[in-house]
Design a protein around this ligand. Structure first.
Ligand code: THU
Length: 160
């Protein structure tokens, strides 16, 4: 038996003003998208913005449904739109902002497991990392230089 230790490295910024200007702009786009969230059931709103290598920015927000599992997270709304609309563009950076409508959300909110799997698919497809930034409504911002840092032992096409 051999024990395997998996480590990951993230960068934590104290607030959005510590980020480079282009990332602040991308986070602003995510925040604007968040205001279009349709989340009457969870009252938790999420916005995502993806910068593509053709300089387009694609955004998304969570869209819920009375049949709960039929809803979709902001990250997947955005990334599937980017994949559908710009199939040949590479995704460079993704900003995510999330928070509850019923209480302040002051800690960074990472993408859920299903969204990590979806983002991972596009890193594999484009053979290049997607830089991620995520935050709550305010406060610290976490940066990861690749989705792979958030999802060790990925399931990908290499096993199919
Ligand atoms: N949600 C996202 O949009 N992204 C995530 O990564 C986690 C959760 C949404 C789904 C649902 O509409 C609400 O937040 C509460 O789970």
């Amino acid at each position: 038996m051999k024990e395997v230790k998996i480590e990951t490295i993230l960068q934590v910024f104290d607030n959005i003003n510590e980020l480079p200007k282009d990332i602040q702009d991308l986070m602003r786009r995510a925040s604007e998208a968040r205001s279009n969230a349709y989340s009457p059931y969870s009252k938790f709103s999420v916005g995502a913005a993806i910068l593509l290598d053709n300089q387009e920015v694609v955004t998304g927000s969570n869209q819920e449904n009375a049949s709960y599992p039929s809803g979709l997270c902001a990250e997947r709304t955005a990334i599937y739109y980017a994949g559908a609309q710009y199939p040949n563009a590479k995704m460079l950076k993704m900003a995510i902002i999330a928070g509850s409508q019923s209480h302040p959300t002051l800690t960074p909110i990472p993408p859920c497991g299903a969204c990590r799997q979806a983002i991972s698919e596009y890193e594999v497809k484009q053979d290049a990392p997607i830089e991620l930034y995520f935050m709550g409504e305010t406060g610290k911002v976490v940066r990861s230089n690749s989705l792979a840092n958030l999802l060790p032992l990925i399931f990908d096409k290499s096993v199919l």
